[in-house]
Design a protein around this ligand. Structure first.
Ligand code: SAM
Length: 414
C-alpha cells in the first residue's frame, strides 16, 4: 500500500544535493536545484552540453566518473537520474542506509521522495503530487497555472505571406515548428503565447541560453533536444539543428525551437525558418524579449532617453573590427551620438573600444557591461569607453554579457 506523501518545501540554499547522471533528466532537474541555491554535486562520466556549460561556469561541481558511496558524504538529498535500474538501486540503497531522501527517475515506487509538477508565479510556488501518477499531477498543475496566469483566448495563427500555411489553433496541432523567443533569462520574461506553445510541444529544441526553469516544467513525455551553442566552445552544426526540426515535424510532431532572447536577433532564426519552408514545414514565429534591450533595462539603463539619445544601434562584436569577414562599419558607428549595444563582444572588446575611439567617439563616453541580465546572477560593471576593456579583466565578467555605450548609461543616475 502506498501512503499519502507528506509535502514539504525544501530550503536547499548552500546544502549539498547529489545528482547521479548527466543526461536529459538531470538537464531538466538541475536548474531548479541551482535556483534554490543548492550546492549541486553532479556525478556522471559524461554531461549534456547544457550541464557542461554550468559546470564550466562553476555553478556546480562535476565528478566525471561513476557513483561511489562516498559521493553522498554531507548530502541532504539525492536525485538519481540514470536509466540503469541496477545502478539506480545501488545509489538508492546507499541513500537509504544514510537516511538521505532519494528521488528516482527510473522507478517512482522505489523512491523515498517524489518531485512534484511545479508552476511558479513570482514568489508563489505551486507543487502538485498526483498520487504517483506524474500525468495526473501535470494536468492539475496546468489547470492551476491557467487559473493563475493571464490567458489569451485561443486564436488562429495567421499564415505568413509567401510561407507554407501554419496549422490552425483549437485542438492539438502537429507536424509544424514554432520558433519561440524565450527572453533574456528570467523565466517569467517569455511571452504568454510562447509559454502556451511550449506547453503544447511534443519536442523542444533548446539553446543553452534559454532559462533552465522553463525546461523544468515540461511534461515528462516531451522530447528535449539540447542544441547548445556555448560561446567560444563546441557547437552543434546549424545544419544538424535544421534537420532535427524538419525531421521531427515531418514525422508529425509539434516542435518548439526555443531560443534565448528574440529568435531573429543574432539567433539564426531566419536560417531555421528557411530550412523548414524548403521542406514544406509550416512555421510560426513568436518574438521574444531581446537581451539587447532587456539587459540594459535590467541594469537601470534605458536604451533611449528624451534629450539624451534618439537612436540605439544593436551590433554583434563576435568578429574583431579588422576581420575581413566583419560586416560592421565601426568607423561609421563611432560617428553616431546615440546608444550602442554590443552583443557577443567581450572577446573583442579592447579592439572594438580602441576602434571607436580612433574614429572619434570620446573615451569619456559612459559604458556598462551587463552579465547574465535578469537572472539571479546578474552583474553590472559601469565604466567609460576608454577604460571598460581593462576594467572588465579586473572583475572577471563572463559571457553572456551585453556592452552598452552612450550617455544613457548614466541617464538615470540620481
Ligand atoms: C547568439 S546571441 C543571441 C541573442 C538573443 N537572440 C537575444 O535576442 O537576446 C547571444 C548573446 O546575447 C547576449 N545575451 C543573451 N542573454 C543575455 C543575458 N541574459 N545577459 C546579457 N547578455 C545576454 C550576449 O551578448 C550573448 O553573447
Amino acid at each position: 500500500m502506498i501512503s499519502n506523501p507528506y509535502p514539504l518545501g525544501l530550503r536547499l540554499h548552500g546544502r549539498r544535493v547529489v545528482v547521479v547522471g548527466g543526461g536529459a533528466v538531470a538537464t531538466r532537474r538541475v536548474p531548479a536545484l541551482l535556483d534554490a541555491g543548492a550546492d549541486v554535486l553532479l556525478v556522471a562520466p559524461e554531461l549534456t552540453p547544457a550541464l557542461r556549460a554550468r559546470a564550466d561556469a562553476g555553478r556546480l561541481h562535476w565528478v566525471p566518473r561513476r557513483f561511489v558511496p562516498e559521493d553522498l558524504d554531507g548530502a541532504w538529498l539525492v536525485h538519481v537520474a540514470i536509466d540503469d535500474p541496477l545502478a539506480a538501486a545501488s545509489v538508492s540503497a546507499v541513500a537509504a542506509e544514510r537516511r538521505i531522501f532519494c528521488v528516482r527517475a527510473d522507478d517512482r515506487t522505489a523512491a523515498t521522495a517524489w518531485t512534484p509538477a511545479v508552476t511558479r508565479h513570482g514568489p508563489v510556488t505551486v507543487a502538485v503530487l498526483g498520487g504517483g501518477d506524474p500525468r495526473r499531477a501535470m494536468t492539475v498543475r496546468d489547470a492551476i497555472r491557467d487559473l493563475l496566469a493571464v490567458r489569451l483566448a485561443p486564436e488562429r495563427i495567421a499564415p505568413t505571406p509567401g510561407r507554407p500555411e501554419a496549422a490552425t489553433a483549437g485542438g492539438r496541432q502537429s507536424g509544424r515548428v514554432a520558433l519561440v523567443g524565450a527572453g533574456p533569462g528570467d523565466p517569467e520574461l517569455i511571452t504568454v503565447k510562447g509559454w502556451r506553445l511550449l506547453t503544447e510541444a511534443d519536442v523542444v529544441v533548446a539553446d543553452r541560453l534559454v532559462p533552465g526553469l522553463l525546461l523544468d516544467e515540461l511534461r515528462p513525455d516531451v522530447e528535449l533536444v539540447d542544441a547548445s551553442k556555448i560561446p567560444y566552445g563546441p557547437s552543434r552544426a546549424q545544419e544538424e539543428i535544421n534537420q532535427i526540426l524538419v525531421d521531427r515535424a515531418l514525422a508529425g510532431a509539434f516542435v518548439v525551437r526555443l531560443k534565448g532572447g528574440d529568435p531573429y536577433v543574432f539567433g539564426r532564426g531566419g536560417e531555421e525558418l528557411l530550412a523548414c519552408a524548403a521542406a514544406g514545414v509550416p512555421v510560426t514565429v513568436v518574438p521574444g524579449v531581446t537581451s539587447s534591450i532587456a539587459a540594459p533595462a535590467a541594469a537601470g539603463i534605458p536604451v533611449t532617453h528624451r534629450g539624451v539619445a534618439h537612436e540605439f544601434t544593436v551590433v554583434s562584436g563576435h568578429l574583431a573590427p579588422d576581420s575581413p569577414a566583419s560586416l560592421v562599419r565601426w568607423d561609421a558607428l563611432a560617428g553616431l551620438h546615440g546608444t550602442l549595444v554590443i552583443l557577443m563582444g567581450l572577446k573583442n572588446l579592447a579592439a572594438i573600444t580602441a576602434t571607436l575611439i580612433a574614429h572619434g567617439r570620446s573615451p569619456q563616453t559612459p559604458a556598462a557591461v551587463v552579465q547574465e541580465a535578469t537572472t539571479g546572477t546578474q552583474r553590472v560593471l559601469r565604466s567609460t569607453l576608454g577604460e571598460v576593456a581593462a576594467d572588465l579583466l579586473a572583475v572577471d565578467i563572463r559571457p553572456p554579457a551585453v556592452v552598452v555605450v552612450g550617455d544613457v548609461v548614466s541617464a538615470l543616475d540620481g
